[in-house]
Design a protein around this ligand. Structure first.
Ligand code: PLP
Length: 453
């Protein structure tokens, strides 16, 4: 019998309404309501965001280009979305908001803004979006700290050797996409500034869970993605100081970024580039994406981060205490257990490979989680090789449940070590958490100590 028939269980409300709450998917037990527990990858759409996007869509027009009224209206919506994001991030008066495609895009843009000969300081625990864009620059990789305080000390020590005549950029992750642990952003920013360096906050996993005040944290830039903030319409944000970007080559060269283009001699073009945000937003902007992000900012401010945090911490406490009671299951942490964290939890279970467990949670319980190395390979290698980590056969040895959805995981599928990640937020209910715990309990129990079904 299907224990989770739609619609969603009454008396177990999400904090905010999201689309897809009653969606059913086929499983081994028949149609079941889907439990989205992969918010760290992409959140569902907030209903309020969808309403605002739907209300705008009939009036959609070309931004910064047309003379028609809908074009003018769309331009106003785009620019007011920029202002909404600036308020949401509590930016300083001179800061600017650039709309990008995602956090990855934002950090690649910042890599273009960082002056030549500049150097980058990043922890090896960071997401690949933070570790990889700096191909023109020297990168100093800091070892994984075992506490927030240790992170500050490591940065302080590393920056002592920094040449003060060179530009330096420190990268800090707001919340880990593997452990959910919050990093000491304010303290790291203070240390960076003490040594004349600047700092960018990767807020991809933070903005949906905590208020981010650039002014208060003392950051120089902040980057995040709409699709992790209940606004999955292809837009992201890079916001902060405007001196490096004003001097940098445009991120993309093309219409919008250029104020005037003249053919001067033979094949030569003389270009005058815009000095404002248009300099780095060449091409037709994604107004729906920007509007959706602004709508999400309004919705989260409307419910308030205190209520959001209380909802998520209640669910997180329930999840952690239940998972910790399962034999052979180990939650991954870098910092001590009591550290403040966003609702992102990764774990391993003895006798069952992460991918196998995630596939079975999907096929038998209609639960959407992620398994793999989470685009944070150096961190995962460290966490999975730590003493006490679960052991299990690779999926081809132990047998992967056929879900028919052909998860595309690159080298994660063959990685000998692997974890499952559950992540959630404003649309999550107690029933989702309880279903996950029940699934994990039943599947790990069924797997048995030998690791074979
Ligand atoms: N930074 C962190 C901490 C992330 O979790 C992610 C995505 O999972 C990214 C950056 C990259 O975000 P996107 O894929 O939206 O570019």
């Amino acid at each position: 019998m299907n224990p989770y028939p739609g619609p969603a269980v009454p008396g177990c409300a999400p904090l905010l309404a999201v689309l897809g709450r009653d969606v059913t998917v086929p499983t081994a037990r028949g149609e079941m309501t889907y439990a989205a527990l992969d918010y760290a990858a992409s959140t569902p759409v907030l209903s309020q965001v969808w309403r605002e996007v739907s209300a705008f869509a009939p009036r959609y027009g070309s931004v910064h280009r047309g003379s028609g009224q809908l074009s003018q209206y769309s331009t106003a919506v785009f620019e007011s979305s920029r202002e909404e994001v600036a308020r949401f991030l509590d930016l300083r008066a001179d800061d600017r908001v650039v709309f990008t495609r995602s956090t990855t895009d934002s950090l690649n843009m910042l890599a273009r803004w960082l002056p030549e000969r500049g150097s980058v300081y990043a922890f090896d625990t960071d997401h690949h979006a933070v570790l990889l864009p700096w191909r023109r620059h020297d990168v100093v990789l800091l070892d994984a700290p075992d506490s927030p305080r240790c992170a500050v000390e490591l940065l302080d020590e590393a920056l002592r050797n920094h040449d003060p005549l060179r530009d330096a950029l420190v990268c800090v992750t707001g919340a880990s996409n593997v452990t959910g642990e919050l990093w000491p952003v304010r303290e790291l920013a203070a240390v960076a500034h003490e040594h004349g360096a600047r700092i960018v906050l990767d807020a991809a996993q933070l903005v949906a869970h905590r208020p981010v005040s650039v002014r208060d944290l003392g950051g120089d830039w902040v980057a995040f993605s709409g699709h992790k903030l209940y606004a999955p319409f292809g837009a992201g944000v890079l916001a902060g100081r405007w001196d490096w970007p004003q001097r940098a080559e445009p991120y993309l060269a093309g219409g919008g970024a250029s104020r005037s283009v003249r053919r001067v001699r033979g094949d030569r073009l003389e270009v005058e580039w815009d000095l404002g945000t248009a300099r780095h937003e060449a091409g037709t902007p994604n107004v729906i994406g920007a509007h959706a992000i602004a709508a999400a900012c309004r919705a989260l401010n409307g419910v308030g981060f205190a209520a959001l945090r209380a909802h998520e911490e209640q669910l997180m406490h329930r999840l952690h205490t239940s998972l910790d009671s399962l034999p052979g299951l180990r939650r991954l942490s870098l910092f001590p257990r009591g550290a403040d964290r966003a609702p992102v939890t990764s774990f391993t279970a003895n006798g069952i490979h992460g991918l196998t467990l995630a596939d079975r949670l999907s096929w038998e319980y209609a639960i959407g989680v992620r398994a793999g190395l989470f685009c944070a390979h150096p961190l995962m290698h460290r966490l999975l090789n730590a003493p006490g980590t679960a052991t299990y056969p690779a999926p081809d040895e132990g047998g992967t449940t056929q879900t028919g959805n052909g998860t595309a995981l690159g080298d994660c599928r063959t990685a000998p070590l692997n974890a499952v990640r559950a992540s959630f937020g404003a649309g999550t209910t107690r029933e989702h958490i309880d279903r996950l715990v029940r699934g994990a309990r039943e599947l790990t129990h069924r797997q048995g100590p030998a690791g074979h079904t």
